[in-house]
Design a protein around this ligand. Structure first.
Ligand code: NAD
Length: 303
């Protein structure tokens, strides 16, 4: 399955590196030339538990040089998805599959604006990675990856994607309720990212103060109410899962926190901002999510 990954940052490089190691034909595409040049000249360095391995993987900034793809996997930040999809249309053939494993809400809709939705597959991943410098990433954590058809059917193509990921050591399952999983991941990001980013806290510190516990619960319960009103099937208490993820990643500074620390744009519009947009359509108030979104937006405007 010829796979082209658009966005070869932390996660794109992780998936691309593992797929390449397993013998799959994979191409990394990134607009960051220095990074692409480093991968081409020295291989992609993947660091895990202090050990570094150099992986040979195709990388380019010229997407037109690749030919057609069987699978296109988007791993750009959500605010770059629209442009990435436009760029990637040169890779399309009749049976190309378009997959996103990005965080947040709205990726499916952004892809489907330019691509026939029958070709689009959705997923979430519990893998974690950090880009340290050009050509060098750190594998920060392992967790399950899920892929699923938008209509919930179990098809050959989602089975095939699952197989190539598993062969590459990426633990993956097919899901018949992928939208639920996207929302459940959103609950974690809604409760954790903006708040930890603003307060300068590591993930686990959110559970150390009654005030932050209250705020996490308020943010998550607003998002859960939005999901329920939209008809998404949600387990009885999503807050337990949010707490468990925060606890399991206690020592991490979340990606939105890292973005603010480095004075970079965040994915707030696809996370708390998405909850606000959905709530507006439904006519329900989500004041905590609105406040977090507005605060982060002001910080971004002052960079
Ligand atoms: P990143 O910033 O490390 O990488 C994004 C890359 O996309 C950058 O290298 C950038 O140069 C490139 N890019 C931007 N526009 C492009 C374009 N038009 N064509 C090609 N390349 C382009 O981001 P990341 O941490 O890898 O995150 C990617 C997505 O995965 C996000 O939605 C994030 O929320 C999600 N995610 C991240 C993690 C993690 O641990 N980092 C875990 C799960 C999900």
């Amino acid at each position: 399955m010829k796979t082209v990954i658009i966005g070869a940052g932390a996660m794109g490089s992780l998936f691309g590196g593992f797929l390449s190691l397993s013998g799959e034909e994979v191409w990394l595409v990134d607009i960051w030339k220095e990074h692409v040049d480093a991968i081409r000249s020295k291989g992609l360095a993947i660091e895990e538990k202090g050990k570094v391995q150099a992986v040979s993987v195709n990388a380019t900034s010229d997407i037109t040089s690749i030919g057609k793809a069987d699978l296109i996997l988007y791993f750009v930040k959500t605010y770059h998805t629209e442009k990435a999809v436009t760029d990637s249309l040169v890779l399309e053939k009749e049976d190309t599959v378009f997959l996103t494993l990005q965080n947040g809400l709205g990726n499916e809709e952004t892809i489907c604006k330019q691509v026939d939705r029958k070709k689009v597959v959705l997923g979430v991943t519990g893998q974690g990675a950090t880009l340290l410098w050009s050509g060098h990433i750190r594998h920060a954590g392992r967790g399950k990856t899920y892929v699923g058809e938008l209509d919930g059917k179990i098809t050959d193509r989602v089975n095939q994607i699952t197989q190539i990921f598993r062969k590459a050591g990426i633990e993956t399952e097919v899901s018949s309720h992928i939208h639920t999983l996207v929302w459940e991941k959103l609950f974690v990001n809604v409760g954790l990212n903006g708040l930890a980013a603003l307060l300068g806290l590591k993930n686990g510190q959110l559970l150390d103060y009654p005030e932050t516990i209250r705020l996490v619960e308020a943010l998550v319960s607003e998002a859960v109410e939005v999901a329920r009103r939209k008809g998404v099937q949600i387990e009885s208490n999503p807050m337990d899962r949010v707490r468990a993820v925060i606890e399991a990643t206690r020592e991490n500074r979340c990606s939105m926190g890292q973005d603010l620390d480095r004075k970079r744009r965040t994915e707030i519009d696809a996370i708390n901002g998405a909850a606000v947009r959905e709530a507006e359509h439904l006519g329900i108030p989500v004041p905590y999510n609105r406040m977090i979104t507005d605060l982060i937006k002001v910080i971004e405007k002052r960079f």
